[in-house]
Design a protein around this ligand. Structure first.
Ligand code: KIV
Length: 282
């Protein structure tokens, strides 16, 4: 089994140009499969709200839901670097609130790190969490928790004006002490600049080549059916596999093909003994 990675591995990998492959996971089996496959790290994203809880956005996701899913992921992937995603309103109010909730991810769910969305406006939160001894990842570009302000789930930094703001945000996140930065849905020209400009690892989800790539498991495995972003490469269609399996099962049950003799526990005493038993109750 591969040794669990630390921030030192991620810094080395950036320096040596070794790509980091990571994915979201929300439960024990998904985390276990990711670890068995050799994933470098796992994000328990607040996307769990949309992918597994059926909400329309990430906004309703609570700290309790995140902690519960993080615990399941940790049980499934004990030897993988796992990042807990701070949900909406778990860090927006104050530095104190941010430190307290980040601490819960580590103390209660054994996370290695927390991620929060935003640039300059959350710099003091990143600094406060880092000053409390925890590891933080920043996340800028398309930030789903503030998609209302962005006018929807839209790519960011495509013009010089908004790219300038993102560069300032990226520098502020690094300056505040984040160990890594995630860019979501920004053009590869800007990602490449930031990857070279920043000392910390810069990862991409829909931002082209960087120091590593993240995909949402629901998208890459074909589990999430509401929509598929342009940047997703789908590696499997698990929804189709599951629906077909369920259909076959329904058909087997209704036509008596399941269960067969192979799927039952046979008696240990003789049939005569059992017939005598049944007679006692007639
Ligand atoms: O919640 C999540 O999965 C995320 C990704 C969209 C980056 O934050």
């Amino acid at each position: 089994m591969a040794k669990k990675k630390s921030i030192l591995d991620f810094y080395r990998m950036k320096k040596e140009g070794e790509q980091v492959a990571w994915v979201t996971a929300y439960d024990f089996p998904m985390a276990s499969f990711a670890e068995q496959a050799g994933m470098d790290m796992i994000l328990v994203g607040d996307s769990l709200g949309m992918v597994v809880l059926g909400y329309n956005s990430t906004i309703p996701v609570t700290m309790e839901e995140c902690i519960s899913h993080c615990k399941a992921v940790r049980r499934g992937a004990p030897n993988t670097w796992v990042i807990g995603d701070m949900p909406f309103m778990s860090y927006q109010k104050s530095d104190e609130q941010a430190v307290e909730n980040a601490g819960r991810f580590l103390k209660e769910a054994d996370m290695d790190c927390v991620k929060l969305e935003g640039g300059r406006r959350v710099a003091s939160r990143i600094k406060a969490i880092t000053d409390a001894g925890m590891v933080v990842m920043g996340h800028i570009g398309l930030t789903p928790q503030s998609s209302g302000q962005l006018g929807g789930f839209k790519a960011q930094g495509r013009d010089v004006k908004s790219a300038r703001e993102l560069i300032k945000d990226a520098l502020a996140v690094q300056e505040a002490g984040a160990y890594a930065l995630l860019l979501e849905a920004v053009p590869p020209e800007l990602s490449k600049f930031l990857q070279q400009k920043l000392d910390i690892p810069v990862y991409s989800i829909g931002a082209g080549p960087c120091d590593g790539q993240l995909l949402i498991c629901g998208d890459m495995l074909g589990l999430f059916q509401a929509f598929t972003p342009k940047f997703v490469k789908q590696y499997a269609n698990v929804a189709e596999i599951e629906i077909n399996a369920f259909k076959e099962y329904i058909n087997d049950v209704k036509t008596g093909k399941f269960p067969t003799d192979d799927h039952v526990y046979h008696i240990k005493d003789s049939m005569e003994d059992f017939e005598r038993l049944f007679k006692e109750f007639e």
